[in-house]
Design a protein around this ligand. Structure first.
Ligand code: GUN
Ligand code: FE
Length: 483
């Protein structure tokens, strides 16, 4: 791979990014200059290479022969890198394997045995290397990882993200209560010591947390003692290190939380009482919340990672994303590998759109008839606004994710001052007179030429995959290339 990232770079052509929920901006014939540090230092519309060299380089003190230039070809565009706000790296070998299980039996049948096996460092290296590579190939430039309870293999995941160049939050999983004997922290005290060991390691390998940062990871309330949660809450208060956990994913889980923590008003109240609910908390799932809980989450400023692939695979339910957004809660997308069957955030975006469609379909009990002239249409009560557009799910995949991981000023879009975390997407243009059959290697998106750019993006969202991800950069460094 070309040694970029230590050179100034010029990107030319079409850039597409989200400017607000529901709005994509198309910057045609644009030039973006990225300095050695990976920061965007100029964005100039109606600008080609010559104009950039004549008018922008002198201001930046750049010399033309010392700049790496990347230009979009026909059918290509730059898009901000995806942000996966919830992924379990050790579960990667299990993607697609969930049978007809639901959350609690899925954890015991598939998940805990696989996670426990990653105490082996050679196995962890093999699994984590492939997991990070695959995520980069899907255009994921930032991932918020759960690892396992083991310190050495969790630290290895941090090392691998740093060396492969992926921006990452790394969480050593805390679980000292519910879990199998073979996969459990010894005590709340030991759980805290192990958590600190991973924090210390990450601090050593990336002192400024420029690429890799620690994240406190109480697995979910049922698997954490009150003592463990209290100590993590205190550690968060002292250090400001962010927190990730699961909330309100499955109805049996809700019952378990109610039985285990009868003194709290609800699931959200358990985290709140232990100092785990704040502006730096990422809550995965958030499907079955009450209004009162969502209002509390909004008041504390915590974010939600929406994981539609997982929620459908494990029949957990449909998170009401519009309802969360209307409450003022920040929402990003998570693949939740391997509750989710794919580590592609594009797949998560696609499923977020489809799951939102399910919310507006009439179901027994919520249907009503709307009459228009002599036509009667059956609709679902009070849910029309629930549908998420292509533009909206792409917002969640980029800016939405950036906001809930606390990086909204640095990643998720193409403004001056932001860091160049980006992917070059290529869609397949169908020749007017195709001579050879290149169906197999061109990818799954066929563009015939008549499509408006909005339509091309929709075709990408619903048909695209990693074959469309030609190049990926993080902080200006080229970290993946598809030749
Ligand atoms: N709740 C507790 N642990 C897990 C996990 O590993 N995945 C999911 N989806 N939910 C959880
Ligand atoms: Fe999860």
């Amino acid at each position: 791979m070309a040694p970029q990232g230590n050179k100034n770079q010029l990107f030319l052509g079409l850039f597409i990014h989200s400017t607000s929920l529901g709005e994509l901006q198309y910057l045609h014939n644009t030039a973006i200059c990225v300095e050695k540090s990976g920061k965007i230092v100029a964005v100039e519309q109606k600008c080609d290479q010559k104009k950039a060299e004549d008018t922008i380089y002198p201001k930046l003190g750049w010399k033309a022969d010392d700049v790496v230039v990347t230009t979009t070809k026909d059918g290509q565009f730059f898009f901000p890198g995806f942000i996966d706000t919830h992924i379990h790296a050790p579960q990667y070998p299990n993607v697609g394997i969930f049978g007809k299980s639901t959350l609690l039996d899925w954890l015991n049948t598939y998940t805990f045995p696989m996670e426990a096996s990653l105490s082996s460092l050679p196995k962890a290296r093999r699994v984590y290397t492939r997991c990070v590579r695959r995520a980069l190939a899907h255009g994921t430039t930032t991932a918020t990882y759960y690892a396992t309870i083991h310190v050495p293999s969790t630290n290895l995941l941090a090392d691998l993200c740093l060396s492969m160049g992926q921006r990452a939050f790394i969480g050593r999983v805390c679980m000292d209560a519910m879990g199998p004997d073979y996969y459990l922290d010894e005590s709340a005290a030991q759980s805290l010591i192990a958590t600190q060991q991973t924090i210390d390691h990450i601090h050593k390998i990336d002192p400024g947390y420029t690429l890799v940062s620690p994240i406190l990871t109480p697995r979910f309330a049922p698997s954490c003692s009150r003592k463990a949660m209290t100590s993590l809450g205190k550690l968060h208060e002292k250090t400001g290190i962010p927190i990730q956990t699961h909330i309100s994913e499955n109805v049996d889980e809700l019952k378990l939380v109610k039985d285990t923590f009868p003194e709290f008003p609800h699931y959200t109240g358990v985290y709140d009482a232990h100092g785990l609910l704040g502006t730096k908390t990422i809550l995965a799932h958030a499907i079955h919340l009450s209004d009162e809980e969502a209002d509390l989450i909004a008041k504390r400023g915590a974010g939600v990672s929406h994981c539609p692939c997982s929620n459908s695979a494990l029949t957990s339910g449909e998170a009401r994303v519009r309802w969360l957004l209307d409450k003022g809660i920040g929402v990003g997308l998570g693949t939740d590998v391997s509750g989710g069957y794919s580590s592609s955030v594009l797949e998560a975006a696609r499923q977020a759109a489809l799951v939102s469609n399910h919310l507006v379909m009439p179901k027994k009990g919520n249907e009503y008839n709307e009459t228009n002239g002599n036509k009667t249409i059956q609709k679902a009560k009070g849910t029309e606004r629930a549908r998420l557009s292509v533009e909206e799910v792409l917002h969640l995949a980029t800016r939405g994710g950036a906001s809930i991981v606390g990086l909204v000023d640095r990643i998720g879009g193409f403004e001056v001052g932001m860091e160049w975390d980006a992917q070059l997407i290529g869609l397949g243009l169908v020749d007017e007179t195709p001579e050879e059959d290149d169906t197999l290697d061109r990818g799954n998106v066929d563009i015939f030429g008549w499509e408006k750019w909005e339509e091309r993006v929709a075709k990408w969202v619903f048909n695209g995959d990693d074959r469309n991800v030609r190049k990926v950069w993080v902080r200006g460094r080229l970290v993946h290339e598809r030749i």
